[in-house]
Ligand binder design. Structure first.
Ligand SMILES: CCCCC/C=C/CC(=O)SCCNC(=O)CCNC(=O)[C@H](O)C(C)(C)COP(=O)(O)OP(=O)(O)OC[C@H]1O[C@@H](n2cnc3c(N)ncnc32)[C@H](O)[C@@H]1OP(=O)(O)O
Length: 374
């Protein structure tokens, strides 16, 4: 069979083509799927549906800022001159594969061990004197949604007042965090791009302020690669433990953006101005060992023993007198606080402008249409 490269679909001979009735049934079946098939598959379904019902893409390309319609248009347009009949067949085949996989149980794990369905993108637990805030969107590499920024703020505020001695931020799955969820920029409010940038800058400022003001020892347990804001705020943690699988990447220029999380101030202080510039201007990705050598990471552990070693150490530290730890942190942090708040305000206001720039819009559109990866 011929391949339609962008979507990996097959074109069959006429004898095997699905009827209109099969197609109508498949359209109804999609609504009954038990599991959300994810955006990429939904985009395929959309494109095939349009091709099957209207033929090759025949509408003007939406504007650059109209992310969602432009992504849909790209998917439809990528089907080129695929015939309506072949598109119908591919749609039916895809729905039948989706229905089969949503009905059969996952073979990976025995029932007793299987992970419960994710109900929440952030999980907060308190045990052994440690409050753990866990980013829990492993399928999206723990990218931070707008709701997660709000939830992390609330979790930090609660942790600052709870009984625990130490607070930890970590991630579920193979990533620590892939930074800001780039689809946050596609939900344009009534006030348009300007209003989106204004409210995102206000939220960013509140979010970073919570890290600046956090009164107890704050530890990052970096369980895998870290990108963007999840890297920059590490400069506001007290201790950063990383697996040797972790990497540290701040691709702000690639995204038409600029540094946040006070990194324009903390990174040059931590690693010197030229190493900081290589990361923040040129997006140089550091290995865990490099980040440790440059002072951003406290200690690197082999991935195989990472969790065991780190948690054993944190449990021991959590038994130290909590007031002494708080007071020591205050002395270390207090003389810097005013400066950090000023830096945060400036970075947030520069980003507010950046988010409205063509450079930024183009970079995000490019990610969303999956033409580019870091
Ligand atoms: C209040 C607002 C404050 C804003 C503060 C600003 C912060 C700035 C930043 O944080 S800049 C950094 C932004 N992050 C990125 O640019 C990372 C983008 N992601 C990638 O480049 C890659 O996904 C990867 C390198 C992290 C991982 O690549 P890999 O091939 O291993 O995995 P996938 O690409 O297939 O990813 C799996 C699914 O996860 C989705 N995803 C990953 N990261 C993000 C993200 N940052 N935003 C949105 N979605 C993300 C990816 O799209 C895949 O989803 P799918 O399975 O539905 O396709």
């Amino acid at each position: 069979p011929l391949q339609v490269p962008a979507l990996g679909l097959h074109v069959r001979g006429p004898a095997m083509l699905a009827s209109q009735k099969d197609f109508n049934n498949a359209v109804s079946q999609v609504k009954l799927l038990k599991e959300d098939p994810g955006n990429e598959v939904k985009l395929k379904l959309y494109a095939l549906y349009k091709q099957a019902t209207e033929g090759p893409c025949n509408v003007p390309k939406p504007g650059m800022l109209d992310f969602i319609n432009k992504t849909k248009w790209d998917a439809w347009n990528a089907l080129g001159s695929l015939s309506k009949e072949a598109a119908r067949q591919n749609y039916v085949d895809l729905v039948s594969r989706l229905s089969a996989s949503s009905e059969s149980p996952s073979p990976e794990a025995p029932a007793a061990d299987r992970k419960q369905p994710e109900s929440d993108s952030l999980v907060v637990t308190s045990e052994d004197g440690i409050t753990t805030i866990r980013l829990n969107r492993p399928a999206k590499k723990n990218a931070l949604t707008t709701q997660m920024y709000h939830d992390i703020i609330a979790a930090l505020q609660a942790a600052s007042k709870d009984e625990s001695a130490i607070t930890v931020l970590t991630g579920s799955g193979d990533y620590y965090c892939s930074g800001n969820d780039l689809t946050n920029f596609t939900h344009l409010p009534a006030g348009g791009l300007e209003e989106m940038a204004r409210s995102a800058a206000a939220l960013l400022r509140d979010f970073v302020n919570c890290f600046i003001d956090f009164p107890k020892p704050l530890v990052a347990v970096v369980n895998g690669p870290a990108v963007g804001i999840s890297v920059t705020i590490l400069g506001l943690f007290d201790v950063v433990y990383a697996t040797d699988r972790a990497s540290f990447h701040t691709p702000f220029s690639h995204l038409g953006q600029s540094p946040e999380g006070c990194s324009s101030y903390t990174f040059p202080k931590i690693m010197g101005s030229s190493k900081a510039a290589e990361m923040l201007l040129f997006g140089k990705k550091l290995t865990a060992q490099e980040a440790c050598a440059q002072g951003l990471v406290t200690e690197v552990f082999p991935d195989g023993t990472f969790q065991k070693e780190v948690w054993a150490r944190l449990k021991a530290y959590s038994k130290l007198p909590p007031n002494a730890m708080r007071i020591s942190k205050q002395i270390i942090r207090n003389r810097e606080k005013e400066k950090l708040h000023a830096v945060n305000a400036e970075e947030s206001s520069v980003l507010r402008e950046r988010w409205q720039s063509d450079e930024c819009m183009n970079a995000i559109a490019s990610f969303l249409s999956r033409k580019a990866k870091l």
